[in-house]
Design a protein around this ligand. Structure first.
Ligand code: SAH
Length: 345
């Protein structure tokens, strides 16, 4: 596989251009083209430079090969990578802007029982440039003059971002760099199943992204039934890491709680959550489980979800039921890729 130009920061790109014996200002032309989601072969640079670059670097490291559009406007993409792997992403349209959900790995090794991304295990990590290219490609599809197509990013596609730490951090730096696509860390949410030591590291790096924890249960034993990572890190350890994150960044943290019938949405669970989270600077996002064909777990009804949210609110928590978007097009993690791989078999 060739190298990926989008892995580089602007300064690294300048160094590369200088090493090629070209004038420094060429780096800006190249960088602007990249940030507009162009292929190397489409960027307005000298033919000689283009040729040199194409010998070493992928022309288009991430390609959109399929787009599905939901009745609610949500778009789901299947991307192919240079080595033939596929990943997926989603764009959700809100009043305030467009939020893109990106993948950080091909597959995932965390093994959560409700999640389709983990069905075939981890294939490989994505490079920072491959994560960035997903945003650049979708932004290019939707930007209109100076208006950005993608305003917010959530790291909630396939993969565990903190299990691909270095590349994820590099991506966060490059996607938020001034002069580039410039998406502020405050408009980026990083979701993790709770790799505790990496939460501390993230806090210390000083990129104030919104930290989102996939909690989905109120006890360690209960959590371990669907999330193997719970055997490694306890809820108490996660909460301590969240406190540290808040102290360092001043950012309120968020808990994702996917409602699974007969598993985590009884009265005792509402009480358990209140006990764990009351008084903390956090918010709870309730999501009805997106049922995955290959899995047996079932979702709750809307009514149960709203009753659960009400109980949390009464108990003093900030909690909302998230609108389910794009479920008619397989909005849940890994579903599109899983069905694509099946078609390929
Ligand atoms: N690995 C990261 C991010 C990827 S998943 C993490 O675990 O947070 C993004 C969110 O979707 C997580 O909260 C995950 O638990 C949740 N999720 C995965 N499959 C789901 C499904 N079928 N229905 C509802 N939520 C799901």
């Amino acid at each position: 596989m060739k190298k990926i130009l989008q892995d580089l920061s602007f300064v690294e790109l300048e160094n590369l251009i200088e090493n090629y014996g070209e004038k420094k200002f060429r780096a800006k032309q190249l960088y602007d083209g990249i940030m507009r989601g162009k292929k190397i072969s489409q960027i307005n640079i000298s033919p000689a430079l283009r040729e040199k670059l194409l010998e070493e670097y992928e022309d288009e490291p991430v390609k959109i090969i399929k787009t599905l559009t939901s009745a609610d406007g949500t778009e789901k993409y299947l991307f192919s990578l240079a080595d033939g792997n596929v990943i997926e992403g989603v764009l959700m349209k809100y009043k305030y802007g467009n939020t893109q959900c990106v993948s950080t790995q091909v597959g995932c090794r965390m093994g959560c029982k409700f999640c389709a991304s983990t069905l075939g295990g981890l294939v490989r990590d994505l490079t920072s440039g491959e994560i960035l290219c997903q945003v650049l490609a979708v932004n290019a599809l939707h930007s209109d003059g100076n208006k950005r197509g993608v305003t917010n990013v959530v790291l909630m596609g396939s993969g565990e971002p903190l299990d691909n730490f270095e590349n994820t951090i590099q991506f966060l730096k490059n996607v938020s760099a001034e002069g580039g696509i410039g998406i502020s860390p405050r408009n980026i949410s990083l979701s993790t199943c709770g790799l505790v030591p990496k939460i501390y590291e993230l806090a210390d790096i000083g990129l104030p992204v919104n930290l989102t924890i996939s909690l989905h249960q109120t006890t360690d034993e209960g959590r371990a039934r669907t999330m193997p990572i719970a055997k490694k890190y306890s809820i108490a350890e996660i909460l301590k890491a969240c406190e540290y994150y808040f102290d360092k960044t001043g950012r309120r943290y968020i808990f994702e709680y996917s409602l699974i019938a007969n598993e985590n949405c009884g009265k005792e669970h509402a009480e358990g959550l209140i006990k764990l989270l009351k008084g903390r600077p956090c918010h709870v996002n309730l999501i009805r489980l997106n049922e995955v064909k290959e899995r047996t777990l079932k979702s709750t009804t809307d009514k149960q979800a709203y009753t659960f949210a009400e109980e949390l609110s009464k108990g003093g928590l900030s909690a909302t039921v998230r609108r389910s978007m794009g479920s008619d097009i397989g909005g849940a993690c890994g579903q599109l890729r899983a069905s694509y791989l099946k078609e390929e078999d």
